[in-house]
Write a protein that binds this ligand. Structure first.
Ligand code: DQQ
Length: 505
C-alpha cells in the first residue's frame, strides 16, 4: 500500500477533528437536540454546502466551527446518508490552511460556503476562501477527492478575485453543467444592488467571467449570498435562489424565469419570498439519482438567540424538501417522501366542528417529535349568522398550564396565517406571517413537522412554507386546537410520532 504524504491541509483537518472530539466530550444534556433533523455532532453549524448525490449516497457539508458553538474560523463539516433520513457524521472535510483561506484564531474567515460536483468519478468542491481584514479578500477555490472523504486543495484559487473593483462581496460559488460546459454563479453586489455573477469553464480549472446574470432592481438587497441557479421544468426555464443582505425581514428569495446560455443572462418573471419563517437561510439545491431537485436550508438565522449554544452545539438543517416549478411560475417545496418512513403509529380524526371560544385536545396527539396534517374547511369557516370572520388554529408545545405554547392561527377575513412565538419559551419571539388563500377545493391544509426545537410548516401542499426554531421546556408537549371567533370545521386531522434518526452514542 502506498502511503499518502500528509499535506498541511491534512494536518489542519486532524487538528479540527481532535478539537471536535473535545467539543463533543463537553456537550451537556440538551432536550433541544433534534430527533430527525441533521445537526452537527458538536460545535457550530451554519449554511449547507456541497450537497451532492455521489456514488449512490447523499453527502452534505456545512459551515462549521468544530472548536466552539459560536461562529469562528469556518471549516466544512461533513455527513452522509443512504436515505436522506439517517446521517452518519464523517471527519471534517475542509479546514483553513492556505494563505487564501487562512484565519488567525478568533477571526471569522476560512473556507466559506460553496458546492460540490462530480467529474469523472471525483468529487470536486468549490468554496470561497475568505481572509478577514479591513478589506476582506474573497477568492473562489477548488478541493477534490477520489473517495469523497479526504480533500486535496489547489495551491492557488481558481478565481483569484472579483471581476471588477468596488463590489460588495464575492462569494458562495454554485456550479452546474450544461451541454458539456461548466457554469458557476457567484454572489455579489454593486452600487446597492445584489448580483449573481456568471462564469463558465470547459474543465472546472479555468474560468471565464461572463458578466452579471441578473441583479436586484434596487429593492432586493445590496448583496446576494448563496445564489443557486438551476434548470427546472423543460427548456430554458430556470430558478434563481439567493439570500439577500439588507432586505429587511426578507431573508431568502426566489425568482423563476429564463436563462439564456448564449448571453449568460437570467430574465426573472416571478419573484417571491422562499420561506416566511424566521429560521431559514442560505438554502442550496441539488439533483439526486432519481432526478429530483432537493433543497436543504440552514434552520437558523444570523443574529438569533441560540440557547443551545450553552450546551456546546448550535445549528441545524431543515428537513430535505423537493422543489417543483409550477405552471404559473411559482414554486412548491414539499417534504421528501422518505420522511414517511419515520412515522410511528398514527392517530386520525375527522369532521370536528369548532365553535367560537372552543378549545380541543385529541387523544394521542401530543409530543415534541411529530408530523401533523390538519385540513380545515374554509367554506364552512365563518359565522354565518353574524357574518364575522373566523380565527382558528392550533397551539403546539403547550405546557400543562397552557402558558407556554407556539400558536399557528389563520384569520379568514385578513387571510393572514401567523406563527406566533411570543410564548414559545426561550429563544427569540416574534410572529411570522404570510397571506394564504384557500386551495381550489376551499380547504386550508397545514402540514407541520415538529421536532424538539423546531416547527416547519408546509401550507397548501408546499405553496408556502414557514420555518422556525422554538425552545420550549422539555415538559411542554401538549397540542390544542382552538376557534377564537366565528366557527370552523377541522375536516381531518392526522398525527404521527416521528422516531429519532440518531444512534445513541
Ligand atoms: N455564510 C458563509 C458565507 C455566506 C454566509 C460564511 C451566508 O459564505 O455568504 O459562513 O450565511
Amino acid at each position: 500500500m502506498t502511503e499518502i504524504k500528509k499535506t498541511k491541509h491534512d494536518r489542519k483537518v486532524e487538528e479540527a477533528n481532535r478539537g471536535l472530539a473535545v467539543q463533543k466530550e463537553g456537550l451537556t444534556e440538551c432536550h433541544w437536540r433534534l430527533n430527525y433533523h441533521m445537526m452537527p455532532p458538536a460545535g457550530w453549524m451554519n449554511d449547507p454546502n456541497g450537497l451532492i448525490h455521489y456514488k449512490g449516497e447523499y453527502h452534505v457539508f456545512y459551515q462549521h466551527d468544530p472548536f466552539r458553538a459560536q461562529q469562528g474560523p469556518m471549516h466544512w463539516g461533513h455527513a452522509r446518508s443512504r436515505d436522506l433520513l439517517h446521517w452518519e457524521h464523517l471527519p471534517v472535510a475542509l479546514s483553513p490552511s492556505e494563505p487564501y483561506d487562512l484565519v488567525e484564531l478568533g477571526t471569522g474567515g476560512g473556507c466559506w460556503s460553496g458546492c460540490a460536483v462530480e467529474d469523472g468519478g471525483r468529487m470536486v468542491l468549490f468554496y470561497t476562501g475568505h481572509v478577514d481584514g479591513r478589506c476582506p479578500e474573497e477568492v473562489q477555490c477548488l478541493a477534490d477527492s477520489d473517495d469523497g472523504i479526504r480533500f486535496v486543495k489547489r495551491e492557488l484559487p481558481v478565481i483569484p478575485g472579483p471581476p471588477e473593483e468596488g463590489v460588495f462581496g464575492f462569494r458562495d460559488p454554485k456550479v452546474w453543467k450544461h451541454d458539456g460546459i461548466w457554469y458557476m454563479v457567484v454572489g455579489s453586489g454593486k452600487d446597492g444592488r445584489g448580483r449573481a455573477l456568471l462564469y463558465s469553464s470547459p474543465d472546472l480549472q479555468t474560468w471565464e467571467y461572463k458578466g452579471a446574470a441578473t441583479e436586484s432592481d434596487g429593492t432586493m438587497g445590496n448583496m446576494w449570498e448563496c445564489p443557486d441557479l438551476f434548470p427546472a421544468g423543460t427548456g430554458e426555464e430556470h430558478v434563481l435562489l439567493y439570500s439577500p443582505m439588507n432586505m429587511g425581514g426578507v431573508k431568502t428569495m426566489y425568482q423563476t424565469g429564463v436563462f439564456d446560455y448564449t448571453g449568460c443572462s437570467f430574465h426573472g418573471k416571478v419573484a417571491e419570498r422562499l420561506d416566511y419563517g424566521f429560521d431559514f437561510y442560505a438554502p442550496q439545491t441539488f439533483l439526486d439519482g432519481r432526478g429530483r431537485r432537493l433543497l436543504i436550508g440552514w434552520m437558523n438565522i444570523w443574529g438569533a438567540k441560540m440557547p443551545e449554544q450553552e450546551h456546546g452545539w448550535s445549528g441545524a438543517f431543515t428537513i430535505p424538501r423537493e422543489i417543483k416549478l409550477q405552471a404559473d411560475g411559482t414554486i412548491r417545496m414539499l417534504p421528501v417522501e422518505e420522511l414517511v418512513g419515520l412515522r410511528g403509529p398514527g392517530t386520525a380524526y375527522s369532521n370536528v366542528k369548532l365553535e367560537a371560544r372552543e378549545t380541543r385536545a385529541f387523544d394521542g396527539v401530543v409530543g415534541d417529535s411529530l408530523e401533523l396534517m390538519a385540513v380545515f374547511d374554509l367554506s364552512a369557516s365563518d359565522d354565518r349568522d353574524t357574518g364575522h370572520a373566523a380565527e382558528f388554529g392550533l397551539q403546539v408545545r403547550c405546557s400543562e398550564d397552557g402558558e407556554e405554547h407556539t400558536e399557528i392561527r389563520y384569520h379568514t377575513g385578513t387571510k393572514l396565517l401567523q406563527v406566533d412565538r411570543s410564548r414559545s419559551g426561550q429563544g427569540d419571539g416574534g410572529i411570522s406571517e404570510v397571506h394564504v388563500t384557500a386551495q381550489a377545493n376551499g380547504r386550508l391544509k397545514l402540514h407541520l413537522f415538529l421536532d424538539r426545537s423546531s416547527a416547519e410548516l408546509f401550507v397548501n401542499d408546499g405553496r408556502t412554507t414557514v420555518t422556525n426554531r422554538i425552545y420550549p421546556a422539555a415538559g411542554s408537549q401538549g397540542i390544542r386546537f382552538f376557534c377564537r371567533s366565528g366557527r370552523t370545521i377541522l375536516e381531518s386531522l392526522q398525527a404521527w410520532e416521528l422516531g429519532s434518526v440518531w444512534k445513541q452514542d
